[in-house]
Design a protein around this ligand. Structure first.
Ligand code: DX5
Ligand code: ZN
Length: 235
């Protein structure tokens, strides 16, 4: 495959209105990552979601900047990097250098979210902010106007393959009411056609899914099933 030469940058304004499917690479077979990325993209997924864990903010360890660097060479599709790390300021710069297009950080990990969102825009990247299930939507108040995307976690961050938390549906509706139409509302954790439909009905428009896609016998068919479910929900 030819090497990607696209310059990284904020992907959200140029993407279609959605709904957008964002496969979580945490659930892929790391020994066959390129092949599985080809499968989800060919089936119509628009964004690749990269889960970064530091074994500190969350009790697990996953991928770091070298993985994003390789992904950047491999594909020109948007890399949506979700950083579950305590040291947000350091890693924003590291992932920007590695070629991320958008970085989403946790509101619980910082007391200066506005500065961090502004830093991401200064670097030319998309800026996202996310909240754990126990954090109320009101925690976003100081930063919400400065981000391209809010990610409502629908499981406790740290592991793939967990069950969707239905109590998050109300928060999704609440966050949607706080956003302008151009801002994206992403959901992440336990997403399958049924839970995605419920989230779409409350205004979610970017759907991260790991196990449901990469755990399927036919990855492409799973992407299409998820896409159909969220499109139908918004009609
Ligand atoms: C959890 C991660 C998720 C996770 C989703 O900490 O942020 O992106 O991989 O995986 P599934 O879809 O398997 O719940
Ligand atoms: Zn994630």
């Amino acid at each position: 495959m030819a090497e990607n030469r696209r310059k990284p940058g904020n992907p959200w304004p140029a993407l279609s209105e959605g709904p957008l499917i964002a496969p979580s690479l945490l659930a892929c077979d790391f020994a066959r990552m390129g092949e599985q990325i080809d499968a989800v993209l060919a089936a119509g997924a628009e964004v690749l979601h990269v889960d970064v864990m530091d074994a500190h903010f969350v009790p697990n360890l996953s991928m770091g900047p070298p993985v994003v660097k390789s992904l950047r060479r491999y594909t020109d599709r948007p890399l949506d990097v979700h950083i579950m790390v305590a040291d947000v300021a350091t890693y924003i710069d590291r992932f920007a250098d590695a070629g991320a297009d958008s970085v989403t950080f946790h509101i619980e990990a910082t007391d200066r979210p506005r500065v961090l969102a502004d830093r991401l825009h200064e670097l030319g990247l998309g800026a996202g902010v996310t909240l754990k299930p126990g954090t109320p939507a009101s925690a976003l108040r100081a930063v919400i106007a400065a981000v391209d995307l809010v990610l409502v976690m629908t499981v406790e961050p740290g592991y793939g393959g967990q069950a969707f938390l239905p109590a998050m549906l109300e928060k999704i509706a609440e966050v949607r009411a706080m956003l302008s139409p151009a801002q994206r509302l992403e959901v992440d954790g336990g997403i399958n056609p049924d839970t995605a439909r419920l989230c779409a009905q409350r205004g979610a428009d970017v759907f991260v899914a790991g196990e449901n896609l990469f755990g399927a016998k036919d990855i492409a068919a799973a992407v299409r099933r998820l896409q159909e479910a969220v499109r139908a929900a918004r009609r």
